[in-house]
Design a protein around this ligand. Structure first.
Ligand code: C2E
Ligand code: CA
Ligand code: CA
Ligand code: CA
Length: 279
C-alpha cells in the first residue's frame, strides 16, 4: 500500500527471522549440551474411565532456556523440524523416558507405560527403529511399557517409510497411538494403512462434548469406529466432571486432561505413582 508500510513489513520480517535464528541457536546449544538440563520430560497421567485407575502417562517435552525462558513445545518443535533438529531431540526424549521407566521399575513402582510423541523427521531417519530397539535392550525394559504417538503430520512426509517403521515397532510390542484424531485431512485413510492400537479424540471435540450435539456425535462416532477396528480410544484435554461422565457413559476407554492431572515433573509423577500405582 505504499513505501511506509512496505518498510514496516520488512522490518517486522527481519525481526521475526532474527527471533527465529536466535531461538534456533539456543535450541542447538540445548541439544548439544544436554548436561545443562534445559530440557525436561513431564508426564501426564492416562486414566481408565471405567475404574479410575491410572494406566500410564504421555511424555511431554519442556524447554527452559536461560535466555528465552520457558518456550512451549508448540513453538520450538516446529522450529526444530524446520532446522532438522527434531531427530536429535526425539532421541533424547526416548532415552530419558526409557531410563525413567527403568528407574520406576527399580524403585518397585511397577512397569509404567509411557507414550512418546514422534515428529515427522524421525521417520526420515532409518535409525528410529534400531534406536528404539537398542534403548529397550540397554535399559532392560519391556516393549509393552513404551508407546509412540503419531499424527497425520508425523507420517505425511514419507508415508511408506513410516508404515514400514511402525509395523516393525508394533511387531516388537510397542503400542502406536494416532494423536489429534479427526483434525487432519485423511484420518480414515490413515486408519486403514497404519498399524494403530489407540485413537486419541482431539481436545477440540472434547471441549464442547456435553454442550454441542455435533461434537458429541463426533466423539461417539470415533469411539465406535475405534472399537469396531479393535482399537482403544483415549479422550484428550478432559477438564470437567461432566466430560468424564459423558465419555464414561459412552464407552470411551481412557482419558487424559487437567481434570485428573496436568503434566507433572518426573518427581511429582513419582509421588503420584507411590499413591496410585498404574495397572
Ligand atoms: P499433543 O501431543 O496433542 O499433547 C497434548 C497437549 O495438550 C499438551 O500440550 C498438554 O499439556 C495439553 N493438555 C493436556 N490436557 C489438557 C487439558 O485438560 N486442557 C488443556 N488446555 N491442555 C491440555 P503441550 O505439552 O504444550 O504440548 C503441545 C504439543 O507439542 C503436543 O501436542 C505435541 O504435539 C508436541 N510435543 C510435546 N512434547 C513433544 C515431544 O517430546 N516430541 C514431539 N515431537 N512433540 C512434542
Ligand atoms: Ca500427543
Ligand atoms: Ca493430541
Ligand atoms: Ca495436538
Amino acid at each position: 500500500t505504499g513505501r511506509d508500510s512496505y518498510a514496516f513489513f520488512t522490518e517486522r520480517m527481519d525481526a521475526d527471522l532474527r527471533g527465529k535464528l536466535a531461538m534456533q541457536a539456543q535450541l542447538r546449544g540445548a541439544i548439544l549440551h544436554p548436561g545443562r538440563g534445559e530440557f525436561a520430560v513431564h508426564y501426564q497421567p492416562q486414566v481408565c474411565l471405567r475404574t479410575g485407575a491410572m494406566l500410564g502417562a504421555e511424555a511431554l517435552l519442556r524447554w527452559d532456556n536461560p535466555v528465552l525462558g520457558k518456550v512451549p513445545p508448540n513453538r520450538f518443535i516446529p522450529l526444530a523440524e524446520e532446522y532438522g533438529l527434531t531427530n536429535a531431540i526425539g532421541v533424547w526424549v526416548l532415552e530419558t523416558v526409557c531410563a525413567q521407566i527403568r528407574q520406576w521399575r527399580d524403585e518397585g513402582l511397577g512397569q509404567v507405560k509411557v507414550a512418546v510423541n514422534l515428529s515427522g523427521s524421525q521417520f526420515a531417519h532409518d535409525s528410529t527403529v534400531p534406536v528404539v530397539e537398542g534403548l529397550l535392550r540397554r535399559h532392560g525394559i519391556a516393549a509393552a511399557s513404551l508407546g509412540l504417538e503419531i499424527t497425520e503430520g508425523t507420517v505425511m512426509g514419507d508415508p511408506d517409510k513410516a508404515v514400514e517403521a511402525l509395523r516393525r515397532l508394533k511387531d516388537i510390542g510397542v503400542a502406536i497411538s494416532l494423536d489429534d484424531f479427526g483434525t487432519g485431512y485423511s484420518s480414515l485413510a490413515y486408519l486403514k494403512r497404519f498399524p494403530i492400537d489407540v485413537l486419541k479424540i482431539d481436545k477440540s471435540f472434547v471441549d464442547d462434548v456435553t454442550a454441542k450435539a455435533s461434537d458429541a456425535a463426533i466423539a461417539l462416532s470415533v469411539i465406535s469406529l475405534a472399537h469396531n477396528l479393535n482399537m482403544r480410544v483415549i479422550a484428550e484435554g478432559v477438564e470437567t466432571r461432566e466430560q468424564v461422565d459423558f465419555l464414561a457413559a459412552h464407552g470411551c476407554d481412557e482419558m487424559q486432561g487437567y481434570y485428573y492431572s496436568r503434566p507433572l515433573e518426573a518427581a511429582a509423577f513419582t509421588t503420584l505413582l507411590r499413591h496410585k500405582r498404574p495397572l
